[in-house]
Design a protein around this ligand. Structure first.
Ligand SMILES: NC(=O)c1ccc[n+]([C@@H]2O[C@H](COP(=O)([O-])OP(=O)(O)OC[C@H]3O[C@@H](n4cnc5c(N)ncnc54)[C@H](O)[C@@H]3O)[C@@H](O)[C@H]2O)c1
Length: 245
């Protein structure tokens, strides 16, 4: 049983889906969970539900792509565990588009959500973690960051590859401070549109899409004492498959 008593965990984009599942598992393990989302009502609803269930949680709404907002929101907060979960196209719907048809504006928006969001949040909490001599940084990556796919997600894949490698470098820089940094890269999850899911379901050896709990279990392991000798790694949680376009 993992124990996160007396730890404060910030989960970005925890208003729904994977982030919500991570918030629930870390809260169940005893952490005080700070529920971030760009949609204030979502963050508040999740924090309220966790508290009603006897867990410890607060809502903390900000936009991870805005460095000033992130700095301001986190300046007085000691975060022990950061889960960089915001991704996809950020607050916009994910429009799958061939690279040659992409506008620079869309590319920038996707890079902002998937790479700069991670940079802003990690930079905001890392100095405090190093000073206190404890920290866990977990990034949510994707299969799209590990291979080429012909499904119109090239900037997303580029940003996910970037965070996995960024965090390998950061892991080595802060290892002496007892701060670990890892990436959990997910395969296709159960919140994608049905027509897309049906097309790739047969390529998943374990025969089903991923759930928020599948992702959260790996995050919990890495956040807990059981993960204390694991850093600079990328863990793939994908039902045994690589999704092919
Ligand atoms: N869904 C999948 O199939 C899948 C597959 C592989 C990896 N992933 C990764 O898993 C993570 C979670 O994905 P999901 O499908 O659960 O996401 P989701 O889109 O269902 O939820 C993301 C949450 O983040 C919030 N958010 C968006 N932009 C934000 C911002 N700028 N600042 C703060 N909050 C913001 C949204 O309001 C939303 O509540 C992402 O990093 C995604 O890339 C997902």
């Amino acid at each position: 049983m993992h124990n996160l008593n007396n730890k404060t965990a910030l989960i970005t984009g925890a208003g729904q889906s994977v982030g919500l599942g991570v918030a629930q598992q870390l809260a169940n393990a005893g952490a005080h969970v700070m529920v971030n989302d760009i949609v204030v009502e979502r963050a508040q609803a999740v924090a309220r539900a966790l508290c009603a269930d006897g867990k410890s949680a607060t809502a903390l709404a900000f936009d991870v792509t805005d460095a000033d907002q992130v700095k301001h929101a986190l300046q007085d907060t000691a975060v022990d565990i950061l889960v960089n979960n915001v991704g996809n196209a950020g607050s916009m719907p994910m429009a799958q588009t061939r690279f040659i048809d992409l506008s620079l504006e869309t590319i920038t928006q996707v890079i902002n959500a998937n790479l700069y969001g991670v940079i802003h949040c990690t930079q905001a909490v890392l100095p405090g973690m190093c000073e206190r001599g404890f920290g866990r940084v977990i990034c949510i990556g994707s299969e799209a960051g590990r291979q080429g796919l012909s499904i119109g997600v090239s900037p997303y894949g580029a940003a996910k590859a970037a965070i996995a490698n960024l965090i390998r470098h950061v892991a080595l820089e802060v290892a002496a401070n007892n701060v670990t940094c890892n990436t959990v890269s997910l395969g296709l999850m159960n919140n994608v549109p049905a027509e897309f899911a049906n097309a790739v379901l047969s390529s998943i050896p374990l025969g089903r899409l991923g759930t928020p709990d599948d992702a959260a279990s790996m995050c919990l392991l890495l956040a807990s004492d059981s993960g204390s000798w694991i850093t600079g790694q990328e863990f793939v949680v994908n039902g045994g498959s690589s999704v092919r376009g």
